[in-house]
Ligand binder design. Structure first.
Ligand SMILES: [Zn+2]
Length: 145
């Protein structure tokens, strides 16, 4: 993970014991620590997802997003975990949120497209079920006569 100074956007060297930004002198120690913690949480989420524990993965990614609402990578991961858990509403919310800030993001655009396809085929299946049901009732009525 690359970290930049929140003040001057200078890349921060995380390999040295960081106290102040090497460029502008802003105190960045706590900021770096916080960012590293969200990275640890993110990695924990990835590990959980790889193990198939999507509930834990979702919770880890949700915590990262709660801390860093503009972390697109974490929000995409959160949306995908929600998708895996069939929480379509939360998946949609997070992908929509990404598209609002970064319309060029491919992953969220594809996610939204998949959700839309899924909704359409679910509606079609429902429509088909209703049609067959009506058809059957009509047949039954005919038999009664
Ligand atoms: Zn700086």
């Amino acid at each position: 993970m690359k970290l930049v100074c929140p003040i001057c956007k200078n890349p921060l060297d995380l390999n040295v014991q960081l106290v102040d930004c090497q460029n502008c002198g802003a105190p960045v120690r706590s900021y770096a620590r916080l960012s590293q913690h969200s990275a640890i949480l993110f990695n924990r989420g990835l590990l959980a997802a790889r193990r198939g524990d999507m509930t834990k993965a979702r919770d880890c990614f949700a915590a990262v997003v709660n801390w860093c609402p503009n972390d697109i990578e974490a929000r995409n991961a959160l949306a995908m975990a929600c998708f895996e858990l069939k929480d379509w509403q939360l998946a949609h919310f997070n992908w929509e949120k990404i598209q609002q800030t970064l319309p060029a993001d491919d992953l969220s655009a594809r996610g939204l497209a998949i959700l839309q396809d899924r909704r359409k085929s679910a509606e079609n299946a429902k429509l088909h079920r209703n049609r067959t049901r009506k058809h059957k009732t009509r047949k039954k009525r005919r038999k009664k006569k």
